[in-house]
Design a protein around this ligand. Structure first.
Ligand code: TUI
Length: 309
């Protein structure tokens, strides 16, 4: 079965489960528009995640999902809340979800791990995953090292479950290219971050809309937690301290609460402006429906227009 049918959506376009950003307004708007909305549980307390799930259900009858961030110490409790509440699918990030797989599957929830390597994709298929999101290093936030261009076809060759491409996809061309690389659908974060329905502070949205192609940087390469963000005062200080080899504890004092500062307070100087490399191409704030229809219709045209001379 194809991924759109599996998820019960019109378009195989997933919205990334971005920490702080992917809350119920955005997830409900994406699902209402025919895509697949996702609540980003990130480091939220389990009861907040329960509330968020219920709020999406009040706003739409369409299927949606939750992203469980596995680096969160609360992940086991969040995983349980998701199983209790019941959503169409769970995506996972930044770790191995094997410990929760049987609980979710018994609750009738599709499990779609986000992976950054072929080895992890194969392991997830073996563990019973229903699909995987193959996320390239072009993405915002926590990243792996392979590019989307190289990761997606290698994952598609290695597994028989559907593959969804992520990282550096922001328009119809990215969607069409993903299909040609062997993916059945796409997941996008940065493009939805600036959607009209996104609650992200206007200052953060403006930084993305004004960003150029080379405006992102990766912090934390030396700590083993590489995070892609738009460059600002905070990241310049972080990168300088990282190069000087300061301790992890000291580096963490800079980043603690920094995503909240950017998303909620609009502090674009000291906040963490997570964004993908595609930010340079995103020029306007649109509704989720406009974004999804533009991409789905455009990709259909592009793919049907491919001819060899
Ligand atoms: O998870 C993400 N992106 C994220 S999570 C996040 S929240 C955060 N905030 C502040 C500091 C740190 C994190 C922001 N962005 N993407 C999915 C993803 N997962 N990309 C790569 C991976 C991944 C990495 C390692 C998946 C599995 C994995 O396996 C490790 C293992 O256990 O073998």
């Amino acid at each position: 079965m194809g991924i759109a049918q599996l998820l019960g959506v019109k378009y195989p376009i997933l919205q990334g489960g971005m920490a702080w950003v992917a809350e119920y307004h955005l997830a409900a708007a994406v699902s209402e528009a025919g895509g697949f909305g996702i609540i980003g549980a990130a480091s939220a307390p389990p009861e907040v995640v329960r509330e968020q799930i219920r709020k999406v259900k009040e706003r739409t009858d369409r299927p949606f999902g939750v992203n469980v961030m596995l680096m969160n110490p609360n992940a086991p409790e969040v995983a349980k809340v998701v199983a209790e509440e019941g959503v169409k699918a769970v995506t996972t990030g930044a770790g191995n979800p094997a410990a929760f797989m049987s609980m979710w599957k018994e609750a009738g929830i599709l499990v779609i791990p986000v992976v950054a390597s072929v080895a992890m994709a194969k392991m997830m298929e073996k563990a019973g995953a229903d699909a995987v999101v193959a996320e390239g290093t072009e993405s915002g936030g926590h990243i792996g090292s392979s590019t989307t261009m190289t990761l997606v076809p290698q994952v598609a060759d290695a597994v028989s479950i559907p593959v969804i491409a992520a990282g550096g996809i922001g328009d119809a061309r990215g969607f069409a290219a993903s299909v040609l690389l062997g993916a059945q659908g796409v997941q996008m974060g940065t493009r939805f971050l600036v959607a009209k329905e996104s609650i992200v502070h206007e200052n953060y949205k403006q930084r993305i809309l004004k960003a150029k192609d080379i405006d992102s940087a990766v912090t934390g390469r030396s700590t083993g937690h590489p995070i892609r963000v738009l460059r600002n005062k905070m990241t310049r200080e972080y990168l300088k301290m990282e190069a000087e080899g300061v301790s992890l504890e000291e580096l963490e004092t800079l980043t603690l609460g920094s995503l909240r500062r950017a998303v909620i307070d609009g502090d674009v100087t000291n906040g963490s402006l997570m964004a993908g490399q595609i930010a340079g191409m995103i020029q306007k704030e649109q509704t989720c429906r406009e974004i999804i229809e533009e991409i789905a219709d455009g990709a259909k045209q592009l793919l049907s227009g491919i001819v060899w001379q």
